[in-house]
Design a protein around this ligand. Structure first.
Ligand code: ATP
Length: 235
């Protein structure tokens, strides 16, 4: 397997405080890798460091083997990495269509932007139906779909999702998880997804990792984590 995105002995945190303690992670090309862990385990810090929002203290981030440690988020977006932060990161006073068009800010080819807009609309038909509606009036689930749609407007090779299920009713979580599977299968994006909703995220994962106090305590097939007792010993 070729890793498209990797971290090697990555250490990161805030000021002098370390929240990620030497994490080795490898997202293989074409897969969905799920990162599980409790509140405060260091998942968001890890994703933010990979995307360039936080500078690593030690270790490396690699994209297709090239060192991208400490590179800016803008450079990472231009190179095919998209990040959907926890809490969505949409522009609530703008319409759905405006948000999606902003998502394509780095794209100079108008035809490609139109094509991606159609892909997003076919993935989430509600966004097409409500393209003219102000995004802040949307439900949490619809805002999450819009946030994912915005990220897809870059045509990413790698999609990083930080807790896409947060605050959503179970039927909407299922809908979002199905869309994530479709993005992976039909659009060919490799996906790195942080989740706390183990039950609904495990079925879409190809591999899973568990992080505890900033360190990897499990890495492998998702299925063993269906065992509640086993999972509890890891969390
Ligand atoms: P959650 O699901 O709640 O976001 P998480 O696994 O993503 O949890 P992080 O948010 O990465 O965990 O937090 C890891 C550690 O870093 C925690 O001890 C947290 O208190 C600390 N931390 C997070 N953000 C900051 C910050 N901006 N400044 C200082 N410490 C922080």
């Amino acid at each position: 397997m070729t890793a498209i995105l990797e971290t090697r002995a990555l250490v990161s945190g805030y000021g002098k405080k370390r929240a990620v303690h030497g994490v080795d992670l490898a997202l293989n090309a074409g897969e969905i890798l799920l990162v599980l862990g409790h509140n405060g385990a260091g998942k968001t810090t890890l994703m933010s460091t990979i995307f360039g929002l936080i500078r690593p203290m030690e270790g490396q981030v690699l994209l297709e083997g090239a060192d991208i440690s400490g590179r800016t988020p803008a450079a990472n977006v231009a190179d095919g990495i998209a990040y959907v932060p926890q809490g969505h990161g949409i522009f609530k006073t703008l319409t759905v269509r405006d948000n999606l068009e902003l998502g394509a800010f780095s794209e100079t080819d108008a035809a490609r932007t139109r094509e991606r807009l159609e892909q997003v609309f076919s993935l989430f038909p509600i966004l097409k139906e409500r393209a003219g509606q102000v995004a802040g009036t949307f439900s949490g689930g619809q805002q999450q779909m819009l946030a994912i749609g915005m990220a897809l407007m870059h045509g990413p090779r790698v999609l990083i999702l930080d807790e896409p299920s947060i605050g959503l009713a179970p039927n909407l979580v299922e809908r979002v998880m199905e869309a994530i599977k479709t993005i992976n299968r039909d659009l060919g994006a490799s996906i790195l997804m942080v989740e706390q909703n183990v039950k609904l995220s495990l079925p879409v994962a190809d591999r899973a990792m568990v992080i505890k106090t900033g360190a990897v305590v499990y890495e492998g097939a998702p299925e063993p984590l269906n065992d509640h007792v086993r999972l509890m010993t890891l969390f």
